[in-house]
Design a protein around this ligand. Structure first.
Ligand code: BEZ
Ligand code: FE
Length: 333
């Protein structure tokens, strides 16, 4: 109670659909954290406008709350229903694109999804990351470079993919502590990584929960096109979370979570089409070949890009906002 200091607001009684927003904003305006205050201010504003615009009924709002409770109830460490909800609403992709503005020739990011884990093993080049004997063999040879084309060594490249049935290891109850279809490979002095895997397949996102029911109501399919996930990390560089998609996939242009970008679509070749490759990498000539050149930006380049993008938004607001640490806050804070 001692810390509570009432902002200078008019007495709050008999609030109407028109003045409630200003009053909620005023009572929140004591928050000492300028960014939190700004986020809450905007959130309340848009939520209230949404309710007014749609003339939201109590029945609908109760159903929405029940839906969110159901999303929470089904969520566990390995069943991330809230991530899924953010993904199918396009919010994950949007936030990633805002926080990682496209810079020069740098590799674009995409949705992380709910299936990354932190227990993948570090493996040597050439390791087979998938134990699925039914999967079609794939050799991946990639490079990691900076925006000037210089190779970056010692980048930890975290890779994960489904098995040939379209399931991640964590979707199997008996997975235990044995990661499968995932590994961390480190780039060498030439910025190169190579590993064996299986050709990715399209798969449905988990659809037996509230998000699946929502998609059904919206008459949307729940499929993701074939892809392999990558997370690239090295101190001093902006962490890149991305994925490579196979060209020609039936869901290439209708991904349930909006993750596909043209710059991330790859054409698989056959290892045997390049002379000497099968022998060099000790794989059958029929093995499919995935190649890609990842381009990382430095933390400083990322900071600058964020700062500039935020400043452009602040400029449009005519002095109401300023940029602090790459984030927008009210200019009077
Ligand atoms: C995935 O690609 O792993 C994924 C992304 C979003 C939702 C579900 C799965
Ligand atoms: Fe995936």
């Amino acid at each position: 109670m001692a810390q509570y200091q009432r902002p200078d607001v008019p007495p709050m009684k008999d609030l109407t659909t028109e003045n409630i927003t200003d009053n909620v904003q005023a009572i929140n305006s004591n928050c000492p954290d300028a960014r939190l205050r700004f986020l809450l201010d905007r959130l309340v504003n848009h939520l209230h406008d949404f309710a007014r615009e749609t003339r939201l009924s109590i029945t609908e709002w109760e159903a929405t709350i029940k839906f969110l409770v159901d999303v929470g109830k089904i969520s566990t460490d390995v069943r991330q229903e809230f991530v899924l909800l953010s993904d199918v609403l396009g919010l994950s992709l949007l936030v990633d694109a805002i926080d990682h503005p496209k810079l020069q020739n740098a590799t674009e990011g995409t949705v992380l999804g709910p299936f990354h884990t932190t227990d993948a093993h570090h493996v040597a080049h050439g390791h087979q990351i998938s134990n699925d004997a039914d999967g079609e063999p794939l050799l991946a040879i990639c490079t990691v470079k900076d925006t000037h084309g210089m190779p970056i060594s010692h980048v930890a490249v975290d890779v994960w993919e489904t098995d040939s049935k379209g399931f991640y290891d964590v979707q199997y109850a008996d997975r235990g502590d044995k990661p499968d279809g995932r590994a961390i490979v480190e780039s060498d002095e030439n910025g190169v990584i190579f590993f064996n895997a299986i050709v990715p397949v399209p798969y449905p996102i988990p659809n037996d929960g509230p998000v699946g029911k929502l998609l059904e109501k919206l008459k949307r399919h729940c499929y993701r096109p074939s892809h392999m996930h990558f997370m690239l990390k090295k101190p001093g560089y902006d962490r890149l979370i991305t994925a490579l998609y196979l060209r020609g996939d039936p869901f290439e242009t209708s991904d349930a979570v909006f993750g596909v970008k043209e710059s991330l679509i790859v054409d698989l070749a056959r290892v045997g089409s390049t002379e000497g490759l099968a022998e060099k990498y000790n794989v059958s000539p029929d093995t499919k070949l995935l190649t890609y050149d990842f381009i990382l930006i430095t933390e400083e380049e990322a900071r600058q890009a964020r700062e500039e993008a935020a400043q452009r938004v602040a400029d449009k607001q005519g002095g109401k906002l300023k940029v602090v640490g790459g984030l927008l806050v009210p200019s009077d804070s």
